[in-house]
Design a protein around this ligand. Structure first.
Ligand code: PGA
Length: 242
């Protein structure tokens, strides 16, 4: 695991876009799992701009959803898939066969999780995981405690995640209490991973990710033992360090 520090959020977003572009240059049909949230927005904007300028061809990507709220369909304003389509995927017009979702409104969400995991494995695993760091150390919605073998599954959200979700959806009452998440087993097996971390509010949890013995209480800490992981953090998230 490497820690790559950038001066600010803009530089972090550019560095992240560079890593995605390198992955695609090496493998145009790379299997990528993509995070929602505030932190990757700058990276998505940069990738979209490069695509519009004809510098980047995203049309062969195989995209995997990272997480979704249980009981929420794609047309619900809180759908994480809907968010991803608005933020990034919409203009790509990916054929359905190249987009693997975690359907929150499936009749049998447990079977849907299993089918998702089988599709990831059939693709040979993720070539690239683009992840954010939850304030409680979660990866996707692998909430603490999650061990490295936690499968793709339905989880109960922690109070911290519900509070973070309220920022997006208006109030804690509007935030679903459960979610489907890609498992730790799949995420930790990604060939390349970038973990994007920005802002002073992430400093304390980032320190735990980097410096503590890996623990289920900070699921992202298990990235420590994994090859091909780059933490991209801005100075606000990792101050006064060289
Ligand atoms: P954020 O979310 O990028 O909105 O801070 C990160 C996360 O909760 O995984």
């Amino acid at each position: 695991m490497d820690l790559l520090l950038t001066d600010d959020y803009g530089a972090m977003s550019l560095a992240a876009a560079d890593i995605v572009a390198e992955t695609i240059a090496a493998k145009p049909d790379a299997a990528v799992v993509l995070a929602t949230g505030e932190t990757p927005v700058g990276m998505y904007r940069e990738l979209s701009a490069r695509r519009e300028r004809g510098e980047l061809d995203l049309s062969h990507l195989r995209v995997f959803q990272l997480d979704e709220y249980l009981g929420i369909g794609p047309d619900d304003r809180r759908s994480l898939l809907g968010w991803m389509c608005r933020a990034f995927l919409g203009p790509l017009n990916l054929p359905d066969a190249r987009l693997t979702t975690l359907p929150g409104d499936a009749d049998d969400p447990h079977a849907a999780c299993q089918a998702y995991a089988e599709t990831v494995l059939a693709a040979g695993g993720y070539d690239l995981a683009v992840l954010g760091l939850g304030p409680n150390g979660h990866l996707g919605y692998n909430e603490p405690p999650s061990d490295p073998l936690s499968p793709t599954r339905v989880v109960d959200l922690t109070v911290e995640s519900i509070q973070s979700g309220a920022f997006y959806w208006g109030s804690e009452e509007q935030v679903p209490q459960q979610a489907l998440t890609a498992g730790m087993d799949l995420l930790l097996a990604a060939k390349r991973t970038i973990l994007l971390v920005s802002g002073p509010h992430k400093h304390a949890i980032l320190r735990r990710v980097v410096e503590e013995q890996p623990t289920p209480d900070v699921p992202a800490s298990y990235l420590q033992g994994v090859d091909g992981v780059t933490i991209l953090a801005d100075r606000a998230a990792w101050p006064n360090e060289e």
